[in-house]
Every structure is written in structure tokens, then in C-alpha cells.
Design a protein around this ligand. Structure first.
Ligand code: GDP
Length: 585
């Protein structure tokens, strides 16, 4: 029986050797054999550990300690005794085209949806509105499935999820996905049935479908708040905002303000003339210009602190979305930020995180990659790619979506990635690694483009993410070995052998089953045992060449053989055709 070892998501090489009771050098050697250069203190993930252990012939089963929820639960600041009420942070989620953007626009009173590329919100942004003298912060979470990575973060940031369901379309896969996220993240759901102005709106059907997802509307005796709205006529919008505030009151949302400010980075990009620009959400404390903040591997002396309307702010309290400039380099989406006392501690804390990140990326090899290395004999075909995008959030999404395309046979290998325009550096990297360049929402100077043409570098720009993913998928499909479908057509029993050379046989016989056709192949069998496979080059009925011979007919047959074979009377030819079919991922 297998011994069970409980581990966290990752384990150091040293600790694993200890648990397996084998010398660490043996484990390191086995890892090396599999292409992983790891030292004693480096961490490998659970599945890698499992695979390596099996390779070592040990019967051990690994069990994760923390497998419960795929969404890491962030503990939101609850606030101590000095806590004050804070505005709710609301995310709008739902199926694509169900009206999330239109609803947010109607609430905000602007018109973004129509100008969006592909009509899909491409990166998260946040803004605050006032309703009845109180504030509500909305996160504009992306809608397309390619953004599930961002959406997972979205769920963690929020107090309330407004689940948008179009009255004319009902509950769809992404609606269910959003419900799942909300539940896993422990976030309250409020349902907005949108597009009720439409003729074919059927809110009752939607309520029925919601009940099937265990979201029983209040009016049907359940505890799910459901509000019917129209972004077009604004009907129900005030009521929706009332409901959000009511729910917030019930949740008693509070945060400390007399602590050093902290929060989360929700988006980051580079702006010409402004350098790295980060959007962030303050969760506790009061953030002010001039303060030093650390976010992941970088830090800033806050140069500009702006509201979601790009107005300068003197301070920003809990639940306020802000724009921050002054970072030394781009912080990452999902990084926590916090105020520290001076530049020295900001720099040293950022450096420490950078070093840790480096360690993590050194550990770098996931079980999938390992499997691919182990299976390298099966000739994994890789497509080298360089990805450039406008903001960190979309880079994460693009990379995640591309990685999701990988199979054991073909895989995307990201040899370079970054934020910003496509440059000559990218071309150099492309040439060095034979990589295609994909840009999302970025530009490319015409000189660079011309150079790419001259160097025959594949350089493609997109502003709709799934078109990019689709094109990469097509490229990968080209790498897939085509599938050969063999179809048996008939059997011939040999009655006469006329000529045999090293590479051919001319013989004759009777079709006892099915029919023979050309072009085709023949498996030559004697007493049920396969001797070889040959190619059928010609069929004759009497003196005439034919394409087909049917059951019970006699015929002559010419075969091209890979080696000399002395055929015997009574041998059988199982004749089959081969059809080559393109494969899809
Ligand atoms: P998203 O993908 O969920 O962000 O959806 P959009 O906000 O882009 O909306 C998708 C389509 O539905 C657009 O053509 C909108 O004009 C339309 N739409 C959104 N809300 C309403 C509404 O309340 N009434 C009507 N009639 N159309 C709407």
C-alpha cells in the first residue's frame, strides 16, 4: 500500500528527500535526469514530487494540505476598535454580452461599451460613485472567459458581486462560473436581471434558472436579492444601488483608518511621460501623496494620487480606487501594497520580495512541464512565442490562456513577455529563439515592423484577446501530427503467386470478404499472424486494371513490399485504406 505524505503546495528538495528517507543527492540526481536543476533549498510542486517519486520507484502518495479552495481567501481587513464604516466594493460579473459594461456605464453615466475593442472589457478598472450621499466602489471586471485569472482576483477584492443575467438569454456557463467564484470566495451575490426593456425579456424564466443554481429569489421565499433593471431605460438602477447599500449595511463593512495605508494593485501600465501608473484599491488606512509604498518587488514615492475621475486627491481612505504614479518599475496585478516609513525600508522590502520571486521562478518547473520533459522522446513540439501587452492584467490573462492550450504533444513556450510596444529588442529575441511575436493592445513603430518583414519574423498585433488566442491555437494545430485513419475494406485469400522480388509481389486470389480498392495497403497474414504491411499498387480483373474488386471475385494484385517475402498459398491480405486527417486542439 502506498505511504501517504502530507505536504503544502510545494516542498523543498531537502525536505522531500528527508520525508522519502533517501539521500538528497539521489533526489537531486533524479531531478537532473528529468531536466530540473534544483538545489537542496529550492521548492518543487506537489505533482512534480509525485512524478519524481514514481520515477524513483517509490510507492508514495502525496496529499496537499491546502486543497480546499482554488481561490486563495484574502482576509479582508476587519478593522479594530477604531474601525469606521467603509463603502462597499462591488464587482459586476456575468456572461459575455449580458450587459455588464452597459450597466456599469448607466450607473456611471458614461459611454464606454461602444468604443471597446470587440465589445469586451479588456482590463479591470475601478471607480467610485455617490448614491444617496453614500459611496459605492465598482470594479469593472472583464467579461470574457479568457480573463478568468483576473476574475478570480476580482472575486477576492469584492464585498458584493452583482451577477448580471440578461432577461432575454437566461443563465449561461459564465453565469454559473461567476456564481461558483462568488461562493468559493465567500462573497455575497446580488442578482441584476438586465435588459428587461426587451420584448423577449422573460425575468421569470431567469428566476426559475437562478433557483436551480440555489439562488432562490426573495419574492419566491428565498434570500437572494434580485433586481430587474434596464441599462437602456435606466429602470431599476436606483433600486439596485439601494439594494447594494442595504446589503453593505447588513455586512457592517468597516476598516481602520489610523493604520499605515494598505490595499491591492488592480492594474498597472506604463504611460508616456508618467512612467509606471498603477490603479489600486485602498483597503485600510489613509493614503496620501508623498508617502512611500511597497508593492511586491517594487516601490514608489507617491508622486500623483488621483481619483477614478483622474482628479488629484489629497488623501484616499478605505475602499477608494486610486491611480498612483511614482513607481520605480511596474507593480503586478494582485500585489498588496502598504505604506512604509521611508525610502530605505521601501527599497529593502521590495528587494526582499524580488529575491523571493526569483527563488519561486527558479523552482519554475511545474508538473506539466516535467511530464513534457519526461515524454520528450515522444517529440513534444513547441511554438516559441513572445507576448507584449498594454497592462499587467492582460499579460497575465494572455499567458494563462496560452498555457491552457498546451497538450502533451504541442505546447506554447513563452520565451519573452512584457508590457509596452514591440521593439527591436523583441525582434532580436525573436531571431535568437525563432519565436513569433504577439502583441495585444500595443503598437509597433513602422521601422520595427519593416525590420520584422525583412527578417521574416511573424509579428501580429491584436486588440481582441480571443482572436490572439485563436490564432496561436491554429499555429499549434499546424504542429500536431496529422491523424491517420485506417479503414479495413476487405480480405483476399492467396490462390497463386506469380512473381516475387525484393520489393514487390504479384499474386492472385479471391476476395472472401468486403472489397479491395486502390490506392490501399495490405496487412499480410499467415495463420492469423501478421507478416508485414505492403502497399497495393495495382488490381487486375482478368487482363484489365480496375480500381475495385468485390466479394467472391477473383483478381490479380501487385504489392510493393518493404522487404522480400515468400508468400504462400492460403496467406491472407487484409486490405485497408489510409486517410490523413488534420487534427484540432
Ligand atoms: P457585457 O459583455 O456583459 O459587458 O455586455 P455589454 O454591456 O457590452 O452589452 C451587450 C449588448 O447588450 C450591447 O449591444 C448592449 O447595447 C446591449 N444591452 C446591454 N444592456 C441592455 C439593456 O438593458 N437593454 C437593451 N435593450 N440592451 C442592452
Amino acid at each position: 500500500m502506498a505511504t501517504t505524505i502530507e505536504v503544502e503546495d510545494t516542498i523543498t528538495v531537502g525536505a522531500l528527500a528527508e520525508r522519502l528517507m533517501i539521500p538528497v543527492s539521489k533526489l537531486i540526481a533524479e531531478l537532473m535526469k528529468n531536466g530540473i536543476m534544483a538545489t537542496v533549498n529550492e521548492r518543487i510542486d506537489l505533482e512534480t514530487a509525485q512524478i519524481i517519486t514514481e520515477e524513483l520507484g517509490l510507492d508514495v502518495e502525496f496529499k496537499g494540505k491546502s486543497t480546499d479552495s482554488p481561490i486563495p481567501q484574502r482576509v479582508k481587513p476587519k478593522g479594530g476598535t477604531a474601525a469606521v464604516p467603509r463603502p462597499p466594493v462591488v464587482a459586476v460579473m456575468g456572461h459575455v454580452d449580458h450587459g455588464k459594461t452597459s450597466l456599469l456605464d448607466a450607473i456611471r453615466g458614461s459611454k464606454i461599451a461602444s468604443s471597446e475593442a470587440g465589445g469586451i472589457t479588456q482590463h479591470i478598472s475601478a471607480y467610485m460613485i455617490e448614491h444617496n450621499g453614500r459611496s459605492i466602489t465598482f470594479l469593472d471586471t472583464p467579461g470574457h472567459e479568457a480573463f478568468s485569472a483576473i476574475r478570480e482576483h476580482g472575486a477576492q477584492l469584492t464585498d458584493i458581486i452583482v451577477l448580471v443575467v440578461a432577461a432575454d438569454d437566461g443563465v449561461k456557463p459564465q453565469t454559473i462560473e461567476a456564481i461558483r467564484f462568488a461562493r468559493k470566495a465567500g462573497v455575497k451575490i446580488l442578482v441584476a436581471i438586465t435588459k428587461i426593456d426587451k420584448d423577449d425579456a422573460d425575468p421569470n424564466r431567469v428566476k426559475q434558472q437562478l433557483s436551480e443554481q440555489n439562488l432562490l429569489p426573495e419574492e419566491w421565499g428565498g434570500d437572494t436579492v434580485v433586481q430587474e433593471v434596464s441599462a437602456k431605460t435606466s429602470k431599476g438602477l436606483n433600486e439596485l444601488l439601494d439594494m447594494i447599500l442595504l446589503m453593505a449595511d447588513m455586512e457592517e463593512l468597516k476598516a481602520d483608518i489610523d493604520v499605515p495605508a494598505s490595499g491591492l494593485i488592480i492594474e498597472a501600465h506604463v504611460e508616456v511621460g508618467r512612467g509606471p501608473v498603477a490603479r489600486a484599491l485602498v483597503e485600510a488606512g489613509v493614503l496620501k501623496p508623498g508617502q512611500f509604498i511597497v508593492a511586491g518587488h517594487t516601490y514608489a514615492k507617491i508622486r500623483n494620487l488621483e481619483s477614478s475621475k483622474s482628479e488629484p486627491l489629497k488623501q484616499a481612505g478605505p475602499s477608494t480606487p486610486v491611480t498612483i504614479t511614482g513607481f520605480k518599475s511596474l507593480p503586478e496585478f494582485g500585489d498588496e501594497f502598504r505604506v512604509v516609513k521611508d525610502e530605505r525600508s521601501a527599497r529593502s522590502q521590495a528587494d526582499m520580495t524580488a529575491r523571493e520571486n526569483h527563488k519561486v521562478s527558479n523552482r519554475g518547473i511545474t508538473s506539466n512541464e516535467l511530464l513534457r520533459i519526461i515524454n520528450r522522446s515522444n517529440e513534444l513540439k513547441e511554438l516559441n512565442i513572445i507576448v507584449k501587452t498594454d497592462v499587467q492584467g492582460s499579460l497575465t490573462s494572455v499567458i494563462d490562456s496560452l498555457k491552457a492550450l498546451n497538450t502533451e504533444e504541442v505546447a506554447v513556450r513563452i520565451v519573452g513577455s512584457g508590457i509596452g510596444s514591440i521593439t527591436e529588442n523583441d525582434l532580436r529575441l525573436s531571431k535568437a529563439s525563432n519565436a513569433q511575436i504577439y502583441g495585444f493592445n500595443v503598437n509597433c513603430a513602422s521601422a520595427v515592423r519593416q525590420q520584422a518583414v525583412r527578417d521574416r519574423i511573424e509579428l501580429r498585433l491584436y486588440n481582441v484577446i480571443y482572436e490572439l488566442i485563436d490564432d496561436v491555437k491554429k499555429e499549434l494545430e499546424q504542429l500536431l501530427a496529422p491523424e491517420v485513419i485506417e479503414t479495413e475494406t476487405g480480405t483476399l485469400v492467396i490462390k497463386g503467386i506469380f512473381n516475387t522480388t525484393k520489393t514487390s509481389i504479384i499474386c492472385g486470389g479471391e476476395v472472401t470478404k468486403g472489397k479491395l480498392v486502390t490506392p490501399s495497403y495490405a496487412r499480410i497474414e499467415r495463420n492469423g499472424k501478421k507478416l508485414m504491411t505492403a502497399e497495393v499498387t495495382n488490381l487486375k480483373r482478368g487482363p484489365t486494371d480496375v480500381n475495385e474488386v468485390t466479394e467472391h471475385e477473383m483478381c490479380g494484385i501487385s504489392l510493393r513490399t518493404p522487404a522480400k517475402l515468400e508468400l504462400q498459398i492460403g496467406d491472407r491480405l487484409i486490405v485497408f485504406t489510409k486517410e490523413v486527417q488534420e487534427r484540432h486542439l
